[in-house]
Ligand binder design. Structure first.
Ligand SMILES: [Ca+2]
Length: 236
């Protein structure tokens, strides 16, 4: 059975574990792997389900809600599989923002200890590289139990320049107007409003690396990408 030239049809000719579904494959594309098919879906805001037909490496991204994809019992044709949209997810206790997961330490530690603390959670001290990420950090900071300390993030002054400890580019800053003060203050933290009450702003401050604060840890998200279980209905 051919793939190209099938016009819009209600019942296509691929089966998934003994089903066939109302998927129109006419505008499917060739992708190398199932994961690259999932990625196509992840990058397309209207996609809800990715279908992948392995024997011919065909990928079809589907914008219909799952309940509109009707599957009928059938035993013929090549196998295809459907995957739920690839979405970033976090383990319990971590907070998702973009494609990263974040957690704040319950203890207040020095910046240097925070670096190890995050590493121990398979994470790194958070990077903040946009206004959006800074707003997210502030929303996290506003919910912390103590407001007289810092939120440690992953900036460090090394070899004459500010860098992120995980190697990401240094392309955004949010220094308080009176900072950075330099000298031995080579580690980066965000004020809590009351950490320096007279200054009255949530901004960045360069700190001594033994200054205390909460550790703001970040790591890449996991992905929910899961194979959908078919639910065959009787034909007719
Ligand atoms: Ca400073």
């Amino acid at each position: 059975m051919g793939i190209v030239g099938i016009k819009s049809i209600e019942m296509h000719e691929f089966k998934q574990l003994g089903c066939r579904a109302n998927i129109d494959w006419t505008d499917s594309v060739k992708t190398r792997t199932r994961v690259s098919c999932s990625r196509l879906c992840a990058e397309n805001t209207s996609c809800s389900v990715a279908h992948y037909q392995e024997s011919e490496s065909l990928c079809k991204i589907d914008d219909r809600p799952l309940e509109d994809i009707v599957e009928y019992a059938d035993i013929n044709g090549p196998v295809w599989n459907s995957y739920s949209k690839r979405l970033p997810v976090c383990e319990d206790g971590w907070i998702l923002n973009g494609t990263s997961c974040y957690i704040v330490s319950t203890e207040i530690l020095t910046w240097t200890m925070c670096e190890s603390h995050c590493l121990g959670r398979s994470a790194y001290l958070a990077t903040i590289r946009s206004e959006e990420e800074m707003d997210f950090a502030l929303s996290v900071l506003n919910n912390l139990p103590r407001n007289d300390t810092y939120l440690h993030i992953g900036g460090k002054f090394e070899n004459g320049a500010w860098t992120w400890t995980n190697g990401e580019p240094w392309d955004y800053t949010r220094w308080h107007p009176l900072e950075p003060s330099g000298g031995d203050e080579i580690c980066l933290g965000i004020f809590h409003l009351q950490a320096l009450p007279a200054w009255g702003r949530y901004d960045w401050n360069d700190l001594l690396c033994w200054a205390n604060g909460y550790c703001f840890c970040e790591k890449s998200s996991l992905w929910n990408d899961v194979l959908l279980t078919p639910s065959c209905r009787p034909v007719n």
